[in-house]
Design a protein around this ligand. Structure first.
Ligand SMILES: [Zn+2]
Length: 405
């Protein structure tokens, strides 16, 4: 005997008693009852939670025989042949609002835009339906929402009844039924007929609100994210809070927010551009100062400089500024935190093979590094090694033949 689904008779009932038919003693304890109010996951609607004989119901699933299995946090007491159960009503009613909202929204997309619903998903955070084709434009979506809102305002009764398959096939069902036997048809009076095993509110006014929060293109389909009932209301309050905070931050009204943010973005871009230019000027001035102070040997200025607090990225920009003019060899170290880094380079007219120098420092100090004939860089194990690397590279520069001859 399949489990009797009390939630079909009265989806508003929250407590019941039932006889234990079978206990399942696997890794997680399960129990089958002769009847239940606990909805088993199916048809896009998640299972109910609640208490059974005082034990928490974690999951509810249906099997092929029509049995409903309640998965429990702990086994039921040994002698419990009869148990009382209570479902989590807030969770169930939320599912009813979302599911009825889905039937109404699917009917609207079908009737207004001729787009059938090919998927429905309901979870704790999101409710979606999938439609064929690309996302409809705003005007079309507004027509769909107007249809939905009008149906909510009319408080159309939502009823469910089990009828023979032949009779069901004469109804304008949105999708052909997938069962051979009797079909449970959920009707939004005069508006929608769906084969459905879910739980629904009494009439469309209990859907309360329905909003589409976003649409997402997925291949040749569109996923429509929507919220009904308390979820739509909570979402509305949250959006009000966010826009109010944004309005206060930008000292503007809600309608002007997009323009205000556009202006802000423009200002940020201008500021960033100005900042970049100023930084480049600073780096060029610093390079000029370092070259002026550097020892001069055989026609070459040999700069050796350790950067401390500055950003490590500044090192390569400073190096490039240093070797842009002719007659410079630049040796830079950075000790701003973590492993010390070094970088070295020379102007294009200076005949110093940096890769050869790199090979020498690698061999002498076992440091890591890489680069090209005019610029090399690497890391050192500690500050002492860093200084040794830079001074060896400096010695190579002092050994250069006079380029002015
Ligand atoms: Zn349904």
């Amino acid at each position: 005997m399949p489990t009797r689904k009390l939630y079909w008779q009265d989806p508003y009932r929250t407590t019941f008693t039932a006889r234990v038919v079978q206990r399942l003693d696997g890794q997680r304890p399960g129990v089958i009852l002769n009847r239940t109010l606990f909805y088993a996951t199916g048809g896009g609607q998640p299972h109910d939670t609640g208490l059974l004989g005082g034990v928490r119901v974690l999951d509810v699933t249906g099997d092929d025989d029509g049995d409903i299995i309640h998965w429990l946090a702990a086994p039921l007491p040994e002698d419990a042949d009869e148990v009382s159960g209570e479902i989590d009503w807030a969770r169930r009613y939320d599912h009813m609002q979302q599911h009825s909202g889905q039937h109404l929204l699917s009917a609207a997309f079908q009737d207004i835009l001729y787009r059938p619903t090919i998927g429905f998903h309901l979870s704790a955070n999101t409710v979606t339906i999938d439609l064929p084709g690309p996302p409809p434009d705003d005007e079309a979506v507004n027509r769909v929402l107007d249809f939905v809102q009008a149906a909510i305002a009319r408080a159309l009764p939502i009823t469910a009844r089990e009828i023979p398959l032949a009779e069901a096939l004469r109804l304008p069902l949105r999708k052909p039924p997938s069962v051979d036997g009797p079909v449970r048809v959920v009707e939004i009076q005069g508006l929608d007929w769906s084969a459905c095993g879910g739980t629904h509110v009494r009439n469309t006014s209990e859907i309360e609100h329905l909003v589409i929060t976003r649409m997402e293109r997925r291949g040749d389909q569109t996923r429509v994210y929507f919220l009904a009932g308390a979820r739509a209301y909570d979402d509305h309050l949250q959006r009000l809070r966010v826009t109010r905070e944004l309005g206060a931050l930008l000292t503007t009204g809600v309608d002007d927010l997009p323009a205000a943010i556009g202006r802000l973005q423009e200002q940020v871009q201008q500021s960033q551009k100005g900042l970049r230019q100023a930084q480049e000027q600073l780096i060029r001035a610093e390079a000029k100062r370092l070259i002026a102070e550097a020892p001069h040997s055989a026609g070459v200025d040999i700069v050796l400089h350790i950067l401390e607090a500055e950003n490590a990225k500044e090192m390569s920009r400073l190096l490039q500024a240093l070797i842009a003019p002719p007659n410079v060899v630049a040796l830079l170290g950075w000790t701003g935190g973590g492993r010390p880094r070094w970088a070295a380079g020379r102007s294009s007219n200076v005949p110093l093979d940096m890769l050869e120098s790199l090979a020498e420092v690698k061999e002498a100090f076992g440091v890591q590094g890489g680069g090209s004939v005019d610029m090399i860089q690497g890391v050192a194990a500690d500050e002492e090694t860093l200084h040794k690397v830079l001074h060896l590279l400096q010695a190579f520069a002092f050994d250069l033949p006079d380029i002015e001859q």
